[in-house]
Write a protein that binds this ligand. Structure first.
Ligand SMILES: C[S@@+](CC[C@H](N)C(=O)[O-])C[C@H]1O[C@@H](n2cnc3c(N)ncnc32)[C@H](O)[C@@H]1O
Length: 231
């Protein structure tokens, strides 16, 4: 091969290799960024840290009963705890909707559902159905739910748009989708920024999938209560 042709071929190969490297790096460096808000998704909290969900300080930090009071769950309602973890909120919801109501407790980690099952057995609750979901589908029944609650969960979704579309299909026409998220607007709240959400971010992302932000309730010490309705 002519010397100049060989040099041109070498240059072309180098350019192609550099372009491939840049593309690969972008995939690694930006694994999950919301296409509308630009928010980086948080990593899923492993079941190995499930003890943290039951820490005693949580009562003061999150006031879970005050949060549920705000939502006024009706006796007999059908509700879902999406990203239920080990069931800290599930059991409280199950007691509130009562034996004629139903709680679908969903998570993507089977180990979390095993812990949740043990908790339900201890508490002798029989109105909870466990649902193993996937990253893009909570596998909830269609047009059934009065309320879907996500406590410290939404920011972890790696496919939030797909999840929101599926959950929308599971809500009744007047059903509510509720996010409890640590306030990103307040830097003094001691949680990593990617595990917090601002009202503006949540509104932008959730409303894009066919919901309206109906109320922003700030009665909790650290978290927003964001209630969305279906358009
Ligand atoms: C920080 S924990 C909160 C658990 C529980 N809501 C609570 O308040 O104790 C977040 C949970 O969300 C779950 N999660 C993350 N992505 C999910 C998805 N796409 N669908 C369902 N659960 C998900 C994780 O497996 C984890 O159990």
């Amino acid at each position: 091969m002519h010397k100049q042709t060989r040099f041109a071929a070498l240059c072309l190969a180098l350019v192609l290799a550099a372009a491939t490297l840049v593309a690969a790096q972008q995939t690694i460096v930006s694994p999950g960024v919301h296409p509308i808000s630009g928010r980086r998704y948080a990593q899923t909290m492993s079941y190995l840290g499930a003890d943290w969900l039951d820490r005693s300080e949580r009562v003061q930090e999150e006031e879970p009963d005050v949060a549920l009071d705000a939502l006024k769950l009706a006796t007999g309602a059908s509700v879902a705890d999406v990203g239920a973890g080990s069931g800290y909120m599930t059991v409280k919801m199950a007691r509130r909707v009562g034996p004629n109501g139903k709680v679908y407790a969903n998570d993507i980690q089977p180990q979390m559902l095993t812990l949740l099952k043990q908790r339900l057995d201890r508490e002798k609750l029989t109105n909870v159905e466990l649902v193993l979901g996937t990253f893009d589908d909570p596998r909830l029944p269609a047009s059934t739910l009065d309320l879907i609650l996500m406590v410290d969960v939404y920011h972890e979704f790696s496919q939030p748009q797909a999840m929101l579309r599926r959950m929308r299909e599971s809500l009744k026409p007047d059903g509510r989708l509720v996010l409890l998220e640590y306030r990103k607007e307040d830097p003094s709240i001691p949680i990593r920024p990617d595990h917090k959400m601002s009202v503006a971010e949540a509104k932008m992302e959730v409303e894009a999938e066919g919901y309206t932000l109906a109320t922003v309730d700030e009665r909790l010490p650290r978290q927003h209560i964001l209630v969305f309705t279906k358009n």
